[in-house]
Design a protein around this ligand. Structure first.
Ligand code: TXA
Ligand code: MG
Length: 352
């Protein structure tokens, strides 16, 4: 077991001495969890294969699921990737720092363990002062998947990281809750038109406005499990975001959704199950059974994105056997939210 040190740090003005402690650990090949604008990441020196191997071990992550590399200066993309298309440069200009990860052709300084054996690399520049300060002070790119055990909901609070990884990592920089709450958008630029492999903080609509044409990988919008070709985005094939409880998503028009959720909740509660309901501000008052939590407002999907993973963990901690979630519109951040909800429910979807 490792001794995990917890370092509280200011979100806006991270204290240099604290960042130095964390950066030293990274330079020595250790593991540091840190906040980004999306979720907490579990960082290691991206160019040190032994350090990156430790990430896979700590998370119990399958070795063929590649890791996103984080940089603090846009120019550094040219050290890690080659043959960057014009469209990529335009996206970097507009969306970095921010929740957009670009899949590019890897340069030869990138260890294959970082890319899960692929010849492409996923890179992003996070929009968070703590993440940027850590990368700068470490003086090298930082490989960081979400800082949860493989398969669990991504961490939006330092407490979530500690629940999963205490004793398995060297340190955590705790700067409070993350802003966006779902992970970055993963965009593959090695194909034409560019393809969204994972919807996230930068929306399809945002990308389309810049690129003209963007496709979405069928798995990212699927309502049931799809076969994934190994070479495109290995991460998509694994179980994800799963709470310990069984989970169902009810999709359709709101009125019918409410009726169905009520019926299901009543049925399972009568059968002796402890039921959690993930509702919205607009529908909360319609339920008088089970443990009801609002994900946020239907008119503010950013609030839903921010709360989602936290609520899945809360319901688990309250020991529910079953979570019934309302489906949401797939516009803007709703696409990322529905992708996470459906996966969390292992595609147990009821259409009404
Ligand atoms: O917001 C985020 O992206 C967070 C923060 C910490 O930056 N990171 C994150 O990492 O969500 P992770 O490892 O949980 O998800 C990375 C995703 C996986 O689906 C992985 O398969 C995909 O990116 N990916 C990484 N490298 C890839 C590559 N070369 N080609 C295709 N997909 C790749
Ligand atoms: Mg993850």
């Amino acid at each position: 077991m490792k001794k995990t040190i917890i370092i509280k740090v200011s979100k806006e003005n991270p204290e240099p001495d604290k960042i130095r402690i964390a950066a030293d650990i990274i330079r020595r090949g250790g593991l540091v969890a840190f906040p980004t604008e999306t979720v907490y990441g579990l960082g290691a020196d991206a160019l040190n294969p032994d350090a990156v191997k430790e990430i896979y071990a700590a998370k119990m992550r399958p070795p063929d699921n590649p890791i996103i590399v984080h940089i603090a200066r846009k120019e550094d993309v040219y050290k890690l990737a080659v043959d960057i298309p014009k469209s990529g440069e335009k996206l970097i200009d507009i969306f970095w720092p921010g929740p957009l990860t670009l899949v590019l052709k890897a340069s030869n300084i990138v260890p294959r363990v970082t890319t899960g054996g692929l010849d492409t690399i996923a890179i992003r520049m996070p929009k968070h002062e703590v993440a940027l300060a850590l990368i700068r002070e470490a003086g090298r790119p930082i490989a960081a998947p979400s800082a949860n055990l493989a398969g669990r909901p991504s961490p939006t609070l330092a407490e979530h990281v500690l629940q999963d990884l205490f004793g398995r990592i060297d340190a955590i920089l705790d700067a409070g809750p993350t802003n966006i709450g779902v992970e970055s958008t993963v965009l593959d630029l090695s194909c034409n038109p560019p393809q969204i492999l994972r919807p996230g903080g930068v929306t399809y609509e945002d990308l389309k406005a810049v690129l003209g044409e963007v496709s979405i990988h069928p798995a990212a919008v699927a309502k049931s499990e799809v076969h994934i070709e190994r070479t495109r985005s290995p991460g998509m094939k694994y179980k994800h975001y799963a709470p310990k409880a069984e989970m169902l998503v009810v999709e359709g028009e709101l009125k019918s959704v409410i009726m169905k959720v009520r019926e299901l909740a009543k049925y399972y509660i009568e059968a002796g199950k402890k039921v959690g309901i993930l509702a919205t501000d607009e529908s909360m008052k319609e339920y008088n059974l089970g443990i009801v939590k609002s994900m946020g407002s239907r008119n503010n999907l950013a609030s839903v994105a921010r709360n989602l993973f936290k609520l899945l963990r809360e319901l688990d901690n309250e020991g529910v056997d079953l979570i019934i979630a309302e489906g949401l519109p797939q516009e803007n951040l709703g696409l990322a939210v529905m992708n996470r909800l459906r996966k969390a429910a292992s595609y147990n979807i009821i259409n009404v």
